[in-house]
Ligand binder design. Sequence first.
Ligand SMILES: CC(C)(COP(=O)(O)OP(=O)(O)OC[C@H]1O[C@@H](n2cnc3c(N)ncnc32)[C@H](O)[C@@H]1OP(=O)(O)O)[C@@H](O)C(=O)NCCC(=O)NCCSC(=O)C[C@H](O)C(=O)O
Ligand SMILES: [Mg+2]
Length: 367
Amino acid sequence: MSGSQSPKDFFRPLAVGAPTPLMDIPARPSRAIHFFDPSNPKMAAKIPDMVGTVDVLLGNLEDAVKADNKVAAREGLVKIAQDTANLGGQSAPTQLWTRINSLDSPWGLDDLTTLVPAIGDKLDVIMVPKVQGAEDIHYVDRLLAQLEAKAGLERPILVHAILETARGVANVEEICGASPRMQGLSLGPADLAADRRMKTTRVGGGHPGYLVRQDPPRENGVANLEATRATYQQDLWHYTIARMVDACAMHGIYPYYGPFGDISDVVACEDQFRNAFLLGCVGTWSLHPKQIAIANKVFSPSVEDVAHARRVAAAMGDGTGAVMLDGKMEDDASLKQCLVMVELAEQLAAIDPELKKAYDAIEVADV
Ligand SMILES: CC(C)(COP(=O)(O)OP(=O)(O)OC[C@H]1O[C@@H](n2cnc3c(N)ncnc32)[C@H](O)[C@@H]1OP(=O)(O)O)[C@@H](O)C(=O)NCCC(=O)NCCSC(=O)C[C@H](O)C(=O)O
Ligand SMILES: [Mg+2]
């Protein structure tokens, strides 16, 4: 909420005729936000067949699109949205998102003024890069309200911010609470690393130099510094993801990991995605078609976890007190964790017949 706005105005439209802001952000499945460059004919040709196979398709207009192709990418996205069935809008199986160019670039304003009148009814979420503070969200919020009113849209377009500057991270709570349009946050590890002057040269993921080393063995009370000692690689992104998850949870919006640039390393990609899932993220970015399956797998609770969660729920009866299950204590708080899993499984089963089959089979056999 802006400093000058009273609480009662928070859910009022910011322009006459603009749709009323949502009180709650819908929990639509968004395990993979798949990036494509709408100016790349090969990628664009693949989009119609990807509808229904991925939760979100995102037409990327910002970094990774060449400066000479910015207008073609914007126009390509309009054409794809207009020509592709079942893509974008409240009841479509695959959401349509875009990442506009940054607000200080020569293209950001034209991205918004072109896309909203042309395809605003299909665009579910607009991702804004390099958000520094609430002021960036307030700017987009008002402009979108004006454009929505002019276009006669009935549903507000939601906004997603990428955390990719040190100032953005420092302001993460105010960014999340800046507008009822705020849908979520993603980590932008490549820009964030540059902005922080981190000494890395990659797009997301771990780094072999960021580690802790086992203590030296002691022989007769003296440390043997010549001995071989195990090292354990640490997660460079733990702090930022944890901050992001807390800020999102506090404001009822959704946190996402971001890009994993080593497309060939599917194992480390899965690990990075799983760390984010365990910490509370609901999804991640996919940069290449092969990352979609990894994201779908990681961000869907495993059948074993769902079976366990349902057993705890059944054993806990009215949800209070403590019980023993398989030698472990379960109580009101562990039940709440289990219900997060059960609810997510139900949401995903509603859109994914394979998952539904797997979850239903376990329910019969093991609960
Ligand atoms: C990473 C890529 C450049 C790899 O492309 P390519 O070398 O063409 O890969 P392949 O030969 O394996 O591709 C096989 C076919 O699949 C098509 N393809 C590839 N990627 C996609 C895609 N994302 N969507 C749809 N189709 C795709 C290829 O065209 C091949 O087709 P065909 O020849 O007909 O078989 C490329 O994958 C890519 O550019 N990906 C997107 C990159 C991107 O969006 N980057 C921006 C997000 S990350 C970021 O911005 C950093 C962040 O902001 C931060 O700060 O951290
Ligand atoms: Mg970036």
